[in-house]
Design a protein around this ligand. Structure first.
Ligand code: SF4
Length: 346
């Protein structure tokens, strides 16, 4: 006798999975319905795109199936702006609560709505690993040009982000995103806002290149943003966030038109504009940590190691060569090694 298990219903579900640094992520909008009219978005009110609504139970079931089979390592929840902000955030948090209740301890990232109430921001920070609200553009003026109905840039977005960062406990827990090139803004404007946000504890900034989507009002007006531009902005963000570069220092790499110079190595451009390697070299025996961090090839970890070995009196040419490893060739032309070669310091 053979026992057959019959399946009476087969459901085909399209599950969007995105690559991320920590592994593949299930990135999903709980609905694509929206009453806003952002000029770059295919889901804007009045567009003919399919409007999908996920029931929380079904979303949990689909995600957990993917998670248990190792297809994804976390979930990113967002939503169209179909109702008032708090109602939408409550629905997203309902999904997160269900996940946590069944024992899911993995990564959850939730994109809040502009104007989300503070008690829901607190709840989101309690339940999730990361929360954010998209700034979209670097100023109120640019924002209202591309997202005219999506709320007040300063009050509904910036103030909410600053509040979230003030209680998040760690900078990586709060993030935001710019749609680079959508509002005709300059790199200078993006960098100024980025620097301000980093200073207020919003540690994760994402720069998404604007891509015209046929049928959207902006598609006729703005060309696509090249990935190189975004790459340079990420370099600048990393220098401000992890290397402690001031805004003035980053601005050394700006052209007159307010855009970053076209380079694959922003740090090298800044070092050379400061005259390092040409007018003077950095002495690893004396340089402060922030001066070491100006040297191409020396990152925060390496700079700390150099200072540590120096303080122990053990910084020699060989040791420095070992610390720098493969970056020795890149860094050496910016370093003053005259007092170092072969000597062991006491
Ligand atoms: S709020 Fe704007 S960006 Fe978000 S789904 Fe609606 S139209 Fe698109």
């Amino acid at each position: 006798m053979v026992e057959l298990k019959l399946v009476d219903k087969v459901e085909r579900i399209e599950a969007p999975v995105y690559k991320s640094v920590g592994g593949p992520i299930f990135k999903i909008a709980i609905t694509t319905a929206c009453r806003m009219d952002c000029l770059y978005c295919p889901f804007r009110a009045g567009s003919s795109c399919a409007r999908i609504f996920w029931q929380p139970e079904k979303l949990v079931r689909v995600f957990m199936t993917l998670y248990r089979h190792g297809v994804v390592k976390g979930i990113f929840l967002t939503s169209g702006y179909y109702s008032d902000s708090d109602r939408i955030v409550e629905q997203m948090l309902e999904v997160v609560e269900k996940l946590r209740k069944i024992g899911y301890k993995g990564y959850v990232h939730v994109r809040l709505m502009p104007g989300t109430s503070k008690h829901l921001i607190r709840e989101a920070l309690r339940l999730c690993d990361r929360v954010g609200i998209n700034v979209e553009a670097p100023s109120k003026h640019h924002f209202s040009e591309i997202a005219p109905s999506k709320g007040d840039w300063r009050h509904d977005i910036i103030d909410r982000l600053v509040y979230a960062a003030s209680i998040a406990g760690k900078p990586d827990k709060v993030d935001t995103q710019f749609v680079v090139g959508a509002s005709g803004e300059s790199d200078r404007e993006i960098l100024e806002t980025s620097y301000w946000l980093i200073g207020r504890g919003i540690g994760r900034l994402h720069y998404s290149p604007y891509t015209p989507i046929p049928g959207t009002p902006l598609a006729r007006k703005r060309p696509p943003t090249q990935y190189d531009r975004v790459y340079r902005l990420y370099q600048a963000w990393s220098l401000m966030r992890y290397y402690g570069y001031s805004l003035d220092r980053i601005k050394l790499a700006l052209r007159e038109d307010g855009m970053l110079v076209k380079t694959r190595d922003l740090k090298r451009v800044i070092a050379e504009r400061l005259g390092i390697g040409r007018e003077y070299r950095v002495d690893p025996l004396e340089a402060k940590l922030e001066e070491l961090l100006l040297v191409p090839g020396i990152g925060p970890q390496t700079a700390h190691r150099i200072v540590e070995m120096r303080e122990k009196g053990r910084l020699t040419l060989d040791v420095l060569r070992r610390i720098l490893g493969g970056r020795w060739r890149k860094a050496v032309r910016y370093l003053d090694l005259t007092r170092l070669p072969g000597k062991r310091l006491l």
